[in-house]
Design a protein around this ligand. Structure first.
Ligand code: URA
Length: 242
């Protein structure tokens, strides 16, 4: 079990003086270039407050989680390559913009990662989605790969790996190993995550430094059962069955 100091910060737009802004616990900062933490806006903190609350029921948990996941997907897409693309507008002028380049797919780590598929589909029409099932082996207490079903041409795609909770990092690292074994270049993997523990984020970032991580929040630590603290409990249970 570990715990870092929880950082407190006034939350709100820069033009407002700190005295007029509420204080909240914001994400821990971590010194890894490949980990991108969403901006700690009042909106994001309010959404996280909703889903962390043990008194939030399932319908609200799903609704507010989906909103955060949507923010993660939108930010994640900013890390994919675009190329220059000039178009003509209906008034006959040209506009020099960009367009997405390359094919993508999602890969969810079952079961909790499946909760992130809908937001990905909303942003990327008819996106292909693969699945990986990793569970803790009761005998060794280590993560074990039980099942994977991935697009055949996954080696030619940018992969958005989906798992809302990064606790020890064991499952996410195993999932990255599976993707690499299928020929996906490490730097074509983007890991989208809601809440990470500092130790999970650190070991993941150090083991696979070319994988980009986009997370909403790095929390304080892990408890003796490897739950993230303060965390939100078991994400899969709260999203699917509670
Ligand atoms: N998975 C969860 O759902 N919650 C945690 O706190 C850690 C892993």
């Amino acid at each position: 079990a570990s715990k870092s100091q929880a950082p407190s910060q006034s939350v709100g737009p820069g033009y407002r003086p700190d005295t007029q802004k509420p204080t909240a616990t914001v994400s821990t900062e971590i010194p890894h270039q490949n980990v991108h933490i969403l901006e700690q806006t009042p909106q994001l903190i309010a959404l996280l407050t909703m889903i962390r609350d043990k008194n939030t029921g399932r319908a609200d948990f799903i609704f507010y989680s989906n909103r955060i996941i949507r923010l993660l997907v939108e930010e994640g897409l900013n890390h994919l390559p675009v190329v220059e693309h000039t178009i003509t507008t209906p008034v006959g002028r040209s506009y020099s913009g960009v367009k997405f380049e390359g094919k993508i797919c999602g890969v969810s780590i079952m079961r909790a990662g499946e909760s992130m598929e809908q937001a990905l589909r909303e942003c990327c029409r008819s996106v292909r989605i693969g699945k990986i099932l990793i569970q803790r082996d009761e005998e060794t207490a280590k993560p074990k790969l039980y099942y994977d079903k991935l697009p055949e041409d996954i080696a030619d795609r940018w992969v958005l790996l989906l798992d809302p909770m990064l606790a020890t990092g064991g499952s996410a690292l195993m999932a990255v190993d599976v993707l690499i074994s299928k020929g996906v270049p490490e730097d074509h993997i983007l890991f989208l995550n809601l809440i990470a523990s500092p130790e999970g984020a650190k070991s993941f970032a150090e083991r696979v430094p070319k994988v980009r991580v986009v997370t909403a929040f790095v929390d304080q630590g892990l408890d003796e059962k490897n739950y993230i603290v303060p965390g939100l409990g078991d994400f899969g249970d709260r999203f699917y069955t509670m």
